[in-house]
Write a protein that binds this ligand. Structure first.
Ligand code: TMP
Length: 218
């Protein structure tokens, strides 16, 4: 990435982990630092990608094969990257994205058991060199996460999966964090809200110092 480019932050975690609340904390932090940013999500973020999101989340009679699911996720991502993420980063804006390719490694790889090599190949094809600069993994046990997700209302196609599925997804996220400690930070989302918020803010101050300085110098 060029020095003038924005900074790319992704937020990950299983269902019910509190992504929205923590994204609100993150964007307030960026506002206070005077950073120009956009918030987006995956699957989704553009008109077409949001339509693909609907296909992925709806419960329909015809089941989606694991490979179709994987390709739909990357089709949405290809559109999202070219139409929204890259132009924003190239204009110097920071991008905050609710889920990205780590979700594919965790859900389609860990959860569904698809070969990581296929996911890596699609990642290279669709993203070229684009990778997040910082990934925040909110970590919570699946029992608590699903309980929270169930309280929010009707469950989508993923939320209807069994606890074992989410246990595998969680483990995949932790494996990614262990393999890439420079990029990934794990935040314990089982703590009370205020404690999670303060952990997140401390981490942001520590991790983003240099990037914020570079952005403000431009
Ligand atoms: P959410 O963004 O509201 O949490 O829901 C999106 C769902 O899509 C979530 O269950 C995870 C799933 N998903 C994948 O399975 N693979 C992916 O690559 C992405 C981005 C999301």
């Amino acid at each position: 990435m060029q020095k003038s480019d924005g900074y790319f932050i992704t937020i990950e975690g299983i269902e019910g982990v509190g992504k929205s609340t923590n994204i609100a904390t993150l964007t307030k932090f960026l506002e206070e630092k005077g950073v120009e940013y956009i918030v987006t999500r995956e699957p989704g973020g553009t008109e077409l990608a949001e339509k693909i999101r609907e296909l992925l989340l709806e419960i329909s009679e015809e089941s989606i094969t694991e490979l179709s699911e994987l390709l739909l996720v990357f089709a949405a991502r290809a559109q999202h990257i070219e139409k929204l993420i890259k132009p924003a980063l190239q204009s110097g804006k920071w991008v905050v994205c609710d889920r990205f390719t780590d979700a594919t490694f965790a859900y389609q790889g860990g959860g569904r058991g698809l070969d990581q090599k296929i996911i890596s190949a699609l990642q290279s094809m669709v993203q070229d060199e684009l990778r997040p600069d910082l990934t925040i993994i909110l970590d919570l046990d699946p029992e608590t996460g699903l309980e929270r997700a169930t309280k929010r209302g009707s469950l989508d196609r993923f939320e209807q999966e069994k606890i074992e599925f989410f246990a595998r997804v969680r483990q995949s996220y932790l494996d990614i964090a262990a393999a890439e400690p420079q990029r990934c930070v794990v935040v314990d989302a089982s703590k009370p809200l205020e404690a999670v918020k303060s952990d997140l803010l401390n981490m942001l101050e520590q991790k983003l110092g240099t990037a914020l300085q570079e952005t403000n110098e431009q």
